[in-house]
Design a protein around this ligand. Structure first.
Ligand code: BES
Ligand code: ZN
Ligand code: ZN
Length: 486
């Protein structure tokens, strides 16, 4: 059940809990002399994510800290929201007061704080319960946010809600086991949601994929008993668009590694190898609400990477959609094979820019850890646009190089290239291989989300499992898209 967020002039009497978001300065100054007695001996300073709860006659009252107002940003508010969602998600109606941060002492605009707060509350109350026989979903269905009831404030609440819904949809897709969310199931579910939201949808079935000469996708699918899919989504703005932005996502619904099989430990979480595809699908479903002025196209190649009797063998050569050939020296480097086809298709659109999201390499996870995505690209302005979107969305990315001289590492004796390079710099090699399939002159960026797409811990704004990383970033990117990129 989506949560109903409303702007209210005052905290509503009927809400079970009244919550104030506070800075350390506000607490130190005695909350404008309103400091409750109970706070006097309490160990609460208003630090980020600190919570203090006490009962009054009619309500529970709570303070949630965001730290100092000097370095307050929307991500801190989002995280405070997530603390609220987690802690008070079992109440039906709560009220949140932002007056301590709706001040001129920081650079935040009221709408941006509200959007972040709402995203946090919704994400914090997220649970994946599809397979829990006694799972208890969060009960929260109404949140009143205090502020002047103007359009900007209310729009921000609704926008935040749409963004969070999209991110939770991505989490649901990722958390669904690989044996349940097969390629045909992923394509059907994504297509029906996208269709309901008013996007144009085309699902490429196996015959279309053969006809379309998507040799990478077919090669990876060869070890599977289930057919592959390629999902194509289109968003058309109301006014005829000047530009097209193409989103591409890796949709490996389960990565066993193929004949170059993964060790048991590494295979354990490989249902999340479609997290890039899930983020792309989810972000697209929000576009009719976001209403960017650009046209958007999305391509998500879907298959599992299995070891059936006719699986692609190491040494086999595949021909990608754009005619280039790749020797498959390691069947576990499959993401680049399916993305090669998708990037070729994306290039045929002659778009103003392309961005792809993929859980592409363990190496990127090793380099940047579980919270930061690797960002690579062929155009500095486009890379900078992605860095800006990430800074706004509170998702962390780090620009990595694409060193042209490393391309020697994936030369092949029999084909145009091999699908692997040497043992080091794996994230960059993968990026360089993808670049081979982007047509000359098209700004392209690649986000390797192998680290941040999955969380082993329960954290403020991410639950265990799929995180939905990239959804907020893509929405922000589409909203602010402004070619040409020089
Ligand atoms: N899906 C994996 C990458 C991955 C690893 C994502 C761990 C998330 C967590 C990808 O298909 C893969 O197996 N890549 C290989 C490439 C290698 C064979 C060149 C890898 O990273 O080991
Ligand atoms: Zn793999
Ligand atoms: Zn993979």
């Amino acid at each position: 059940m989506p949560i109903n967020f409303r702007t209210a002039r005052v905290l509503p009497k009927r809400a079970k809990t009244h919550i104030w978001i506070v800075t350390t300065e506000a607490v130190a100054e005695g909350l404008e002399q309103q400091q409750p007695q109970v706070l006097q001996n309490a160990d609460f300073q208003g630090k980020a994510e600190q919570v203090f709860v006490w009962p009054s006659e009619s309500q529970m009252l709570a303070l949630v800290g965001v730290g100092s107002q000097n370095d307050l940003d929307t991500q801190k508010i989002r995280r405070a929201g997530a603390v609220i969602g987690r802690k008070f998600g079992n109440q039906t109606w709560i009220g949140v007061d932002l007056s301590f941060i709706d001040t001129k002492d920081n650079n935040l605009n009221h709408a941006a704080s509200r959007q972040a707060l709402v995203e946090g509350i919704a994400l914090g109350s997220y649970k994946f319960l599809a397979y829990k026989s006694e799972g208890k979903p969060a009960k929260l269905n109404r949140v009143d946010v205090v502020g002047s009831p103007n359009e900007a404030n209310q729009d921000a609440l609704e926008f935040g809600c749409a963004v969070a819904d999209a991110q939770m949809l991505a989490r649901d897709f990722v958390n669904e086991p690989g044996g349940s969310l097969t390629a045909p199931v992923f394509a059907d579910r994504a297509a029906s949601i996208a269709g309901e939201r008013g996007l144009a949808v085309k699902v490429w079935e196996e015959t279309d994929i053969v006809e379309g000469a998507l040799g990478g996708l077919l090669g990876v699918n060869r070890g599977s008993t289930l057919p592959p899919r390629l999902l194509e989504l289109t968003y058309e703005p109301d006014q005829p668009a000047q530009h097209t932005l193409v989103l591409v996502g890796k949709g490996i619904v389960f990565d066993a590694g193929g004949l170059s099989i993964k060790p048991a430990q590494s295979m354990m979480t490989m249902k999340y190898d479609m997290a890039g595809g899930a983020a792309v699908v989810a972000a697209m479903t929000a576009m009719p609400k976001v209403a960017p002025s650009t046209r958007l196209r999305a391509f998500v190649p879907m298959t599992d990477n299995m070891l059936g009797g006719d699986a692609t063998r190491p040494g086999d050569v595949l021909t990608i959609r754009n005619g280039k050939t790749i020797e498959v020296r390691n069947t576990d480097a499959e993401g680049r094979l399916v993305l090669a086809d998708a990037l070729s298709l994306a290039s045929e659109e002659k778009p103003a820019a392309i961005v792809d999201l993929a859980t592409l390499t363990g190496a990127c996870g090793v380099a940047l850890g579980p919270k930061i995505a690797g960002l690579m690209g062929n155009n500095d302005a486009w890379v900078a646009a992605i860095e800006r979107a990430a800074a706004t969305s509170g998702e962390r990315v780090w620009h990595l190089p694409l060193p042209a001289d490393y391309a020697k590492q994936f030369e092949s004796a029999v084909a145009d290239m091999s699908n692997i390079g040497g043992p080091r710099g794996g994230a960059l090699i993968a990026g360089l291989i993808l670049q081979e399939f982007v047509a000359e002159g098209i700004p392209w960026a690649h986000l390797d989300i192998a680290g941040p797409a999955w969380s082993e811990n329960e954290e403020a704004d991410s639950s265990k499992g799929g995180t939905g990383f990239g959804v907020r970033l893509l929405i922000e990117l589409a909203k602010k898209f402004e070619p040409p990129l020089s």
